[in-house]
Ligand binder design. Structure first.
Ligand code: 13P
Length: 289
């Protein structure tokens, strides 16, 4: 059974470790992440962006696929199926489809509108027993080939959204999605500490978890980050392992072109990365025992 993320995140916050929220793209991603977390006895969140949801033929397909893969693999660790960066309409659709956790990202609205919509969505998610994440400020990334340095959320705005009863809060502390530029300024720990204080210790979410130096993420976890989102790093290890397989000509040996063989090294690379991250990076290994 898939679960809400509230309990796993609250336990992580109290225990000063983090839950990995790994984005999924297809069946291979789901299997690799679930098997990796089961092997390490780690709770986990599977993140689904609206784009990836469309790619996987809609939220109903995603829910059915994740539930059935979860059951057929005999997964025993807590697993939450979470909408990543949901729009107002998208969050409602994910809730209706059976997701167990949603993010409503109203950060592109003026603050008053973000506040009103977040309030509505928090009430809706909680009325159905789901956990919910909202976002304050913005998280940078690459747009038109230009990578921004990452915004800093306003601690007072964070406090206002935290007081609505959101379960965990995404707040910019200089983090960005995708690859970090060479001149990236790093995470802003002073701002993180201010936000943790202004929100009275609300569990915080670190987006853009790929490529941040590990000691910075670990320091952020000690300062109140309880969920770390990872997407790009899984994509990079998958692509790298697949390229090596093809460059070695293995797809041309015997039935090496069979997708079950062709996609196996990439899938294993994702599982290995997830196992390494939950054990050596987030500290969630063994927390599902
Ligand atoms: P990365 O792709 O940088 O890991 O970011 C993932 C993320 O934050 C998803 O919301």
């Amino acid at each position: 059974m898939l679960v809400s993320a509230t309990e796993m995140i609250n336990k992580a916050h109290e225990g000063h470790y983090a839950i990995g929220a790994f984005n999924i793209n297809n069946m291979e991603w789901i299997k690799a992440i679930l098997l990796g977390c089961e092997a390490k006895k780690s709770p986990v969140m599977l993140g689904v962006s609206e784009g990836a949801g469309k790619y996987m033929c809609g939220f109903d397909t995603v829910v059915a696929m994740v539930k059935n893969i979860h059951d057929s693999l005999g997964i025993t660790v807590p697993v939450a199926l979470h909408l990543d960066h949901g729009t107002y309409e998208g969050a409602k659709a994910a809730i209706a489809a059976g997701f167990t956790s949603v993010m409503f990202d109203g950060s592109h609205y003026a603050f008053e509108e973000n506040l009103a919509k977040s309030k509505e969505m928090i009430e809706l998610a909680h009325s159905k027993g789901l956990s919910i994440e909202c976002e304050v400020g913005g998280i940078g990334g690459t747009e038109d080939g230009v990578t921004s340095n990452g915004e800093l959320a306003d601690p007072e705005e964070c406090a206002t959204i935290a007081n609505l009863g959101v379960d965990f809060l995404a707040a910019g502390i200089g983090n960005i999605h995708g690859k970090y530029p060479a001149d990236w300024a790093g995470l802003n720990f002073d701002r993180l500490a201010e936000i943790q204080k202004s929100t009275n210790g609300k569990p915080l979410v670190l987006h853009g978890g790929s490529g941040i130096p590990r000691e910075q993420v670990q320091k952020a976890i000690t300062l109140g980050v309880s969920k770390v989102n990872v997407n790009t790093e899984c994509q990079l290890v998958f692509a790298d392992a697949t390229r090596k397989y093809i460059e070695a000509g293995k797809d041309l040996e015997g039935k090496g072109y069979d997708p079950r063989k062709l996609l196996a090294p990439g899938t294993k690379a994702i599982q290995d990365l997830v196992e390494d991250m939950v054990e050596n990076f987030f500290g969630s290994a063994g927390k599902a025992e």
